[in-house]
Design a protein around this ligand. Structure first.
Ligand code: IVH
Length: 697
């Protein structure tokens, strides 16, 4: 060797690259051939990215068969092989805005004579299914083939012919030969229903809609495939022989649609990269509103002549990019399983996880629901587990990874539900035939704590500064054992507590004091009556007007109230009949807590028979919230609007009164608001809007 070796790989780097190649090959086979992936797509992507980076830093490490140079997986041998006349390529990914911008910059470099800012892009949902090539000869379905390794796929014609969405005959006019490319997928609702049936029948369930589609297509018996609820979206054209007048991708989609092929209604033609980014954001925000799963947006240069000029690399076109959404599934280590006690005494097992970024936030804790769920999932401390979080949904542990290179060699024994309450030490009880386990000690400090925390929470009495930590302290110091005690607190003694100065003591007392005037519906929520949520509580409060009327009503009367059924009615009557609960109510009333619903006459609807008008500063006004308003979950922000008599729909229209813009807002909502001239309110002024019902000036 004559000189330094700037890009030469050390042994450690070379060995990591080879390890990554093996790992990727292993997981590729699990995914493409066995339809049984062990790790989430995002983890797989991370392995490929790591290898790609190593290869970029050390070009001498690149091998021709590296997974970074190839597509998909070779044919399985189950079906006859089909050679694609035009290779079925993969797509390059952009995992964030910067990577998308880098792709746009590359377009600018490759097309110096084109104004990229005015370029048309076709933005299409990236459906999570199985890529399929479907060939029509003289308008009749002739062959369907999987992508395989991109050059050779598998002949699954008989199976694809059972998919209802795939027409057997095209509408004229059609070219003599037309190869349609698209995605076979399973709609989300059908996937859930299918798994439910399989669970009931004790047959194999699928981990996600994509695997359901892949497994269904891999059936040897087409009659089996026919029983699976598969669907198809056509998204492009491969080999064509004959007249095909498309000059752009959007033309092609129109022609496919006219020929009778299903084309996603969510594909959009936009002008300029900024609008393409806005469309990506919009689809990301609404991904769970779509009836099928998508994992990103495919952005394509619309003009076919420009596509030809841009060309392809060995594995992917330069004219398209897949903008991938943040992962909703990742693997991480399960550190421990613990049990928390709720306000009703329910003991809920939860997973303490090695924190992992999933579904847009870092997750360290996830509920495991109950004893049976832990057993069914067979998750054990020390396991490598898959964590799932879709949109605003609560994080969930899907199950352990027990095979493959990353799984622990030796697992710990199955976890056992504790016999004693972790808070009070009393026995935990699980009744025959029930799935939940309870701490039945009504004096249990954890239950007391949770009852007060719920009472003070934002959707209940909304007491500022009274979170879980503070409540725990009040209980520990013997200053409160139930919600009514809060109203006896005085700033003097509070100020002496740890981490509490005079100012915060005064603020806390003021916050508690302010909650005295909350309307009856919030008090009802705060009491934590089983089955009674904010909507039911509002219906009930409007119906009765005052707590006294409610106390005098029987279950049948309450069950007749619009929005209240026999289950809630029974729960309310049972709750109010309990002497312990009655004492707390009496003490709350004695402490000056309001027990009436404003704007509703004494006796409410029960007395007058007339529905009472909801009072509130936002009555009749519609306020759309986009992005996160600090201090509120999406639900709480919308609830705050509803509590003031307003409506909070999911989309902007001419009738919208205001659009509140929080962190990471949906670009579509803000731009629509601007286009329609609807006032946009900054998240910092949300409180003012709620207070006054007017656009903050
Ligand atoms: S175009 C040469 N458009 O994404 C580019 N692909 O790696 C061919 N996919 O499994 C792909 N929706 O089946 C394109 N609207 C869409 C798509 C789409 C989903 C899938 C494709 C392949 C993967 C790309």
């Amino acid at each position: 060797m004559t000189g330094p070796e700037p890009s030469g790989a050390t042994e450690a780097v070379a060995s990591r690259a080879s390890e990554l190649r093996d790992l990727i090959a292993y997981h590729n086979r699990r995914y493409h051939e066995l339809d049984a992936p062990e790790i989430p797509d995002a983890d797989f992507d991370a392995l490929v990215r790591e290898l790609r980076q190593l290869e970029a830093d050390h070009p001498d490490l690149v091998t021709p068969d590296s997974p970074t140079q190839t597509v998909g997986a070779p044919a399985s041998g189950l079906f006859a092989e089909v050679r694609h006349r035009i290779p079925m390529m993969s797509l390059d990914n952009a995992f964030d805005d910067a990577e998308l911008a880098a792709w746009v910059d590359r377009l600018r470099r490759l097309l110096p004579d084109v104004d990229v800012d005015r370029l048309a892009f076709s933005c299409e949902p990236k459906v999570d299914g199985v890529a399929m090539s479907v060939t029509y000869v003289d308008g009749r379905l002739a062959q369907a083939a999987t992508r395989g390794d991109g050059v050779t796929g598998e002949d699954v014609t008989a199976n694809v012919a059972t998919v209802r969405d795939v027409p057997h005959q095209l509408n004229p006019p059609f070219p003599g030969r037309l190869e349609v490319r698209g995605e076979i997928y399973m709609p989300t609702a059908d996937f859930a229903a299918y798994n439910e049936r399989a669970l009931a029948a004790g047959t194999k369930t699928f981990v996600n809609p994509r695997n359901s589609a892949a497994g269904s297509l891999r059936q040897k018996d087409p009659a089996m495939t026919a029983t699976r609820p598969l669907a198809f979206w056509a998204y492009s054209v491969g080999d064509v022989d004959g007249t095909w007048p498309a000059r752009s991708q959007s033309d092609a989609l129109d022609l496919l649609r006219a020929a009778g092929l299903p084309v996603s209604p969510d594909a959009r033609l936009v002008t300029g990269p900024a609008t393409a980014v806005a469309r990506c954001r919009e689809l990301a925000e609404h991904r769970h509103d779509l009836p099928y799963e998508i994992d990103g947006v495919v952005v394509k240069v619309d003009d076919l002549a420009l596509q030809r000029r841009l060309g392809t690399t060995s594995r992917a076109p330069r004219w398209a990019i897949a903008f991938k959404f943040p992962p909703e599934e990742r693997t991480t280590r399960l550190l421990d399983i613990q049990v928390s006690i709720g306000r009703t005494g329910r003991a809920t097992p939860f997973a303490a996880l090695q924190p992992v970024f999933v579904g847009g936030s870092t997750v360290g804790l996830a509920t495991l629901h109950n004893e049976d769920q832990v057993r069914l999932k067979d998750v054990r401390p020390g396991d490598l587990v898959i964590v799932h979080k879709a949109g605003d949904v609560i994080p969930e542990v899907v199950g352990p990874v027990t095979t493959g290179p990353e799984a622990p060699k030796k697992r710990r024994p199955p976890w056992r539900f504790p016999k004693a309450c972790p808070s009070c030490g009393q026995p935990l009880v699980r009744l025959e035939g029930e799935s939940d386990t309870y701490c039945t000690n009504i004096d249990c400090p954890a239950q007391r704590e949770q009852r007060i925390v719920h009472f003070a929470s934002r959707s209940a009495m909304d007491i500022e500064g009274l979170g879980e930590e503070r409540v725990r302290q009040l209980i520990r110091e013997g200053l409160a054992t139930d919600p009514a005690d809060l109203y006896l607190l005085q700033a003097g003694p509070l100020a002496g507590l740890e981490r509490m100065g005079e100012l915060s003591a005064a603020n806390l007392v003021a916050g508690i004091d302010a909650s005295r005037v909350q309307p009856l519906n919030r008090l009802l929520v705060a009491l934590g009556i089983r089955h009674l949520g904010p909507t039911g509580a509002r219906a009930l409060a409007r119906a009765v007007g005052t707590l006294d009327t409610l106390l005098g009503a029987d279950a049948a009367t309450l069950a007749a109230v619009d929005g209240i059924g026999p289950v809630i009615a029974d729960a309310v009557v049972t709750f109010l009949a309990s002497p312990v609960n009655r004492t707390v109510l009496d003490r709350l009333r004695a402490a000056g807590v309001n027990t009436a619903e404003p704007g509703v006459p004494e006796g409410g609807v029960l007395a007058t028979g007339e529905p009472a008008e909801p009072a509130g500063v936002l009555a009749g006004k519609s306020v759309v919230v986009t992005g996160t308003v600090p201090g509120y979950t999406r639900e709480e922000a919308e609830q705050a609007v509803v509590d003031r008599g307003g409506k909070s729909p999911g989309s902007v229209s001419k009738k919208t009164f205001a659009v509140v813009v929080g962190d990471a807002p949906g670009a579509a909502k803000t731009s629509k608001a601007e286009a329609l001239g609807i006032p946009v309110v900054d998240a910092a002024r949300f409180g003012e809007l709620l207070e006054t019902g007017q656009i903050p000036g």
